[in-house]
Design a protein around this ligand. Structure first.
Ligand code: CMC
Length: 428
């Protein structure tokens, strides 16, 4: 394979270097193209554009491979925990027992919210979208920890990271309790990361929630599976905001906003809405799939398809098995699981989905587990955000302090009017 690509523009040729990644991925480096030729490239939606070089997460969409720092997701789902994966993503290696304990203690220490932030929830009307509350609350942390805004010092960065990963869970639970009009429950220093989530969500002043360990482990795996996914929409947003020099709180707050959309993290809510609609309308799965294919109703099969995975999403396989196990072990009958399996069966046999390489993605079955955990549907995307936080932080840190990325500033091909005269108001 040549180490450069040749581009012919008119009678001029340009040699563009080839960059090769550690998994033999090849990219054409066009960073000097505009300066040398006056041309830019156009790639709407960035399907063919590498925005950075990154050593955090590897995906092979054709083979259904996902690895964090080289370790396959299947291995991590079986043997690791969310907190250990958070350390792995941020620091690049698995922690020793001592490092893991220190990191966990740091998160426990910083799981509380300042009392002023507790009052912050009171300004939101009941029924406020939990992703709006989460994004606002995360951004507001910058007001309380000015000493963490300059994160060049590694210890300062570690404290900021631990605070965010820990507090995002507290914020999520508080926003739920506030919305329900319930008493807010403080984190418990002796409970682990996931136990504390259940505690803050479901304990009452007179009764502590005691979640079944099956559910605690299911939550741990679910969060771990969401922890990073290379340069997706929200992660690219976090890197882009951070590339301007914006602080970590502002950057992850922007990530939450990007994740909210139904084509991204919001798909887990959309999947359950879709299954409930099918159930409520009593239409057959085949008829629903036909409506999707007709494209007249403007609906997509939510939880299907992925920009990168064109064979299968390895996270979807793990989540499906987890969902089946959780329901079986807890003896929960959820008709939505049966409906989801039927829908998957019909779609996977259908030429429309086969030709377009559309397979179930991580969001297709995650709602089934979240329902079993007792998490209300409107909070599903918040759960995705709790899981994705370590990935956003690792990617932000890599861009800022390891690869020292430039400010991200794409160009455009302008299609508006050419120079026009200004017409004074009275003459219009
Ligand atoms: N149902 C029906 N048709 C679909 C779907 C779907 N879920 N996804 C893609 N298509 C069709 C699309 O209409 C187009 O058809 P045609 O060639 O006839 O115009 C073709 O497949 C290619 O679609 P695209 O929109 O160009 O593909 P994309 O790579 O831009 O979109 C996607 C990827 C995930 C946004 C899209 O598959 C989708 O909208 N899926 C449903 C939403 C969803 O589940 N999102 C969660 C993604 S995984 C979690 C995460 O990382 O956020």
């Amino acid at each position: 394979m040549s180490d450069s690509a040749r581009l012919q523009l008119g009678d001029k040729t340009y040699d563009l270097p080839i960059v090769v990644g550690s998994e033999d991925e090849h990219a054409i480096d066009i960073s000097k193209l505009r300066a040398e030729s006056g041309y830019i490239t156009l790639d709407e939606g960035y399907s063919n554009t590498g925005a950075c070089q990154s050593a955090i997460t590897y995906i092979d969409g054709e083979k259904g491979i996902l690895r964090y720092r080289g370790i396959p997701i299947e291995t991590l789902a079986e043997h690791s925990s969310f907190v250990e994966v958070a350390y792995l993503l941020i620091w690049g290696c698995l922690p020793t027992k001592e490092q893991l304990d220190t990191f966990s203690e740091l998160m426990t220490k910083h799981s509380f919210l300042r009392e002023q932030i507790r009052h912050h929830f009171e300004v939101f009307p009941p029924g406020s979208p939990p992703m709006a509350v989460l994004s606002a609350a995360l951004n507001s942390l910058a007001c309380f920890y000015p000493e963490l805004l300059d994160t060049e010092d590694v210890d300062v960065f570690e404290e900021a990271a631990a605070r965010i990963i820990s507090k995002v869970r507290t914020i999520a639970a508080y926003s739920y309790k506030h919305d329900m009009g319930h008493y807010l429950v403080y984190p418990h220093p002796e409970k682990n990361f996931c136990e504390n989530f259940f505690h803050m969500m479901f304990s009452e002043p007179y009764k502590d929630a005691e979640p079944n360990p099956v559910l605690v482990r299911a939550l741990d795996v679910l969060l771990l599976l969401h922890a990073d996914h290379e340069q997706n929409c929200s992660t690219s947003t976090v890197r882009m905001v951070g590339s301007s020099g914006a602080n970590l709180f502002a950057s992850v707050s922007a990530g939450v906003s990007a994740l909210w959309g139904p084509l991204h993290g919001g798909a887990n809510v959309a999947v359950v809405d879709m299954l409930e609609t099918i159930q409520a309308q009593g239409i057959s799965v085949k008829d629903y799939v036909q409506q999707v294919k007709d494209k007249k109703a403007g609906i997509r099969l939510m939880g299907f398809g992925h920009r990168v995975y064109k064979n299968f999403d390895p996270r979807a396989r793990i989540i499906k098995t987890q969902a089946e196990n959780v329901l079986a072990q807890m003896d929960i009958k959820d008709p939505l699981l049966g409906l989801a399996e039927e829908l998957e069966g019909v779609a996977l046999e259908d030429d429309y989905f086969i030709e377009r390489k559309l397979y179930p993605n991580v969001d297709f079955y995650s709602g089934v587990i979240l329902r079993a955990l007792g998490v209300p549907t409107r909070m599903f995307t918040v759960m995705f955000a709790i899981g994705r936080m370590p990935g956003w932080i690792a990617q932000w840190y890599e861009d800022r302090f390891i690869t020292h990325g430039k400010i991200q500033r794409p160009r455009q091909v302008y299609t508006g009017p050419t120079e026009m005269c200004y017409v004074p108001l009275e003459e219009r």
